[in-house]
Design a protein around this ligand. Sequence first.
Ligand code: C2E
Ligand code: CA
Ligand code: CA
Length: 786
Amino acid sequence: MSQSPQSGSSSTVASGDRSRQGHKTARNQEFLAFFLSTRSDRATLSWTVLTQIGLAGLGVGALCYLALSFVSEGAASCAGVVSGAIAFAFFLRRARRSAARANATTALAKALLDANRECLKLLDADGRMVRISEYGAELMEASAPEQLAGSNWLGFWSGEDATAAHDAFHAAMSGARATFRGSCPTTSGAPKTWHSRLIPIENGDGGVEGVICASQDMTQQAELAAALCARETLMSEMEAHVGLCFYSYNADFTGFHHISAGCAAVFGLDAQTFRESPQAWMALVLQEDLPQLTAAMRRIAESKVSQKALYRIRRLDGNVRWIQSTGSPVLDSAGNVARIVGISEDVTAEQDRLAELDRLAFTDSLTGLANRAALMCRIDERCRKQAPFALMFIDLDRFKVLNDTLGHTAADRLLKSLSRVIRAALPADAFLARLGGDEFAVLIDGAKHKDPLAEIARATLDALVQADQAHRAGTITASIGISVFPENGGNRETLLTSADIAMYAAKKAGRNGYRFADKDSSERIVDFELERDLPAALAKKEFQLHYQAIHEPHTREVRSVEALIRWRHPERGLVSPGVFIPILEESGFIAEVGAWVMDDALRQLALWRQAGARALGVSVNVSARQLRDATIVDVVDEALRRHALPASTLQLELTESALMDDPSLAQRTLGALKKLGVRIAIDDFGTGYSSLRYLADFAPDCVKIDRSFITRMESDQATRSIVCGIIQMCHTLGLSVTAEGVEETAQLELLRHAQCDFVQGFLLSRPVAPDDVLGLPIATPSALID
Ligand code: C2E
Ligand code: CA
Ligand code: CA
């Protein structure tokens, strides 16, 4: 038989307070007397009883008659009748009373038994069940009370319960009331838990003749209590094992209603400590974390909102831990904070992981030095502080060659050891970072003067040379560029660029040296910034084409327009192609941008021609780098097809230097372009080789005389002769001539005289936006000569 913790056998004997017991008994008798008196004359008597009473009255009457008949016959008769009648009335009343009393007693007993929800048993002196109540039999799952009558009540119990049952019974038999709790099976064998009261039945001589036992069925209650207890055990086991601390605080954080066993794992304090001194845990919180924690607690209590707080505690054993606590207010029906519940958790491991991730994010994995991201943060920090510092760029010379010859693994090993050499050569408080590849950067605080910086740079270079001798690599040197805040830049970008430019200057000056950033390099920063912005400019649609008209000198009619690229820089405004075309060429982006120019110029030409300017052609500039790329032929061909234009409407302008870069390649490419039917012009003629014989090999269609000749023409007879000579020779070779940069009427006059075919310059028109082209005096188709 299983026993719940609360159903354990127990017996209690009510000994002591007899007077209280007596008082209770008196009260109960009073209750009985009242009940019985209210029902004392409601009895009806049976005929047998009535006959008996009649006979008793008759007997009394007869006795009286006999006693007086010796005196007087008449008086005797009279007395006999009267006394008989009185006796009859007396007996009748008594019989009625006792019958009413018996009836009332039975009714009361019946009602009490009906009302009783216990298993009531009458036990004899040996503990046998003499009688059992109807409901009691039902509780014992017996078919009828008779089934249990005569069985031994003491035999129902076993183990500790049996002992307790015996003790309680013997106590009752010795005149004391007793209680007892234990489990015994019903007739079906199902165990039930009972709470029994044993009341002695006294026999009037001070002895006890039996016991009334009233047992309450506690099974359901016991099961419920056991279930609750099991749940509580489970909860506290779980709470203790999850390593979380669940709590319920009162509304002003002055005491705990509940704190789970996990508090020991989280705070290193046991639950009792929390209950006894509710502020003890706060004494562990690190001073610097306390304000934000108490602020969060205040917000929960005052603003009635849930809060989360992350803070550190120093446990009593000295161990510092990260704790995350959440707290939520529980409101009562009036909307006031009734209590605050939440969880606290030790998140040290997670915080350590985050810190490690942070460390990794700012560390160069190969050398263990700070990485680029870390350097950027440090520079920004220093710029904010406005305290002078120097930035040194260290680039290993020819390391790429070493990388290729040594192989990556050996090169990585070398880089690692060189990083140690550099570190050792620097002042202890210098900040060293590896930017990737063979680039390092150093921050030196408080650097106001160049001499100490130069010393550091020299020492670093020397250390590398020495290490090189030790490695016998024979090639390890470095170039160093140094920029100083705020002299060479007030922000990260300019400082980095200045140092970078200075470093390149050091390389150019023969490597294994250092250079300070200077004014020149500050100006070149502009180039660097443009270079940075150029790759995105095309996608951002920052380029646009303007068009400058090429006129017939006599009629001033426009035969074609030259496409001139413009860059609308979001910060710098309009940037001249003279600035960014060389950058595009260097970076190789010219191919992409050139293809866009080609497409946009032809698209625009097609639109103008559709709008009526059917004799109009377009000139597009092609740079040296574009010409070296054989795809130019496809680019041109596709653009012409895309916009359904005859090839003859397009003229490509190439400088002499572009052609002489790689003359045989240029010749092949030009040959292919000419095959398409495209016209070729030599741009800026006179500034380069100026060898017409050479140029004849490229078989151009047109020569554009450079502006510098036209400018000097008026004032300089020799230049005038050269211009006239060029025009004549070109005509002999069958080429047309365009004069560039015509700014004066006198120049125009001279050019007309010299039979120049076309003129271009601010005198006649400046470069204009595409929409303004149709406003120019465009030649009609019949005016076209070539
Ligand atoms: P360029 O091909 O010699 O173009 C003529 C340049 O001279 C244009 O300058 C034009 O505005 C300017 N100009 C025209 N008439 C006069 C005048 O009477 N007086 C003065 N002082 N200048 C005049 P821009 O537009 O700045 O172009 C400069 C150079 O950039 C061009 O020289 C050309 O080499 C290059 N360029 C322009 N657009 C492109 C392009 O789409 N692709 C390539 N590869 N280069 C281009
Ligand atoms: Ca040009
Ligand atoms: Ca030109």
